[in-house]
Design a protein around this ligand. Structure first.
Ligand code: FE2
Ligand code: FE2
Length: 250
């Protein structure tokens, strides 16, 4: 698919049936399912419909985003950068929350600590990009997507189960962010922006894998797989109800 072909206006941006296939996007979370995703996404850096579906399948997501979303997002670059900056801030904040809540879990603390620094680095990078363009950060927008994901988290249960909820929600946000950054890295008209988002895509793919691996380290793999499957279905339902907006990363 030629990126130029994507630059059509979408009066009612949403999810195209063409990009949605429940069967094709079947999830597998086997032993090695999350290994090498960053590398595979890098190699899957082409713009065909098949490549888009493959990338989504690798992330496990059940509802691929219509790439025409990029055309809308690109027109409101200040808005999308502001929303993106706060996505990075929320990722860093969530990392701190995880460390504080589960401070007696050594591997979690060891792996999430550098992630917090990286996410804050991402915030700074986006802020710098805004300033470079003479744009302002502005106020945080209501994040309906993350809010809805948090609402479906299970309360109660053991401490380990609570940790799994946090880890899998974090993995989900990373996976969806990665999918959106991949589209921006492919379809932005501006070559600079394509490179800019490519780096975020690779980074968030690694975070997605890290959160899933952490969940599998502390809980039985079949339990993680079952809960992840449930969350993927819920996430697709949440996504299908949200308006696909050019001023939001999610
Ligand atoms: Fe990030
Ligand atoms: Fe991340």
């Amino acid at each position: 698919m030629d990126p130029k072909e994507q630059h059509v206006s979408v009066s009612h941006p949403g999810y195209s049936d063409e990009y949605y296939s429940e069967d094709d996007a079947a999830v597998s979370l086997g032993e090695n399912a999350t290994e090498g995703i960053g590398a595979e996404l890098r190699s899957a850096h082409d713009t065909t419909l098949t490549a888009n579906l493959e990338a989504v399948k690798m992330l496990g997501l059940k509802l691929p985003t219509d790439p025409r979303w990029v055309n809308v997002a690109e027109k409101t670059i200040e808005e999308i950068l502001t929303d993106h900056a706060f996505c990075e801030q929320k990722a860093a904040t969530m990392g701190v929350t995880l460390i504080v809540k589960f401070s007696d879990h050594e591997r979690l603390v060891d792996e999430v600590t550098p992630l917090v620094a990286e996410e804050w680095g991402h915030f700074r990078k986006v802020l710098k990009e805004l300033k470079k363009r003479g744009m302002k950060l502005g106020r945080q927008r209501k994040d309906e997507y993350v809010g809805a994901l948090h609402q479906q988290m299970r309360k109660g249960g053991s401490r380990e189960q609570s940790m799994m909820e946090y880890l899998l929600v974090s993995a989900m946000v990373e996976a969806r962010s990665c999918e959106r950054f991949r589209l921006l890295s492919l379809y932005c008209a501006d070559e600079y922006l394509r490179k800019f988002y490519y780096e975020f895509m690779v980074s968030e793919a690694g975070h997605y894998r890290m959160f899933i691996d952490l969940a599998k380290h502390y809980l039985p793999a079949d339990q993680v797989k079952q809960r992840w499957e449930e969350m993927l279905i819920t996430e697709a339902e949440i996504m299908s109800k949200l308006e696909l907006r050019g001023d939001r990363v999610h």
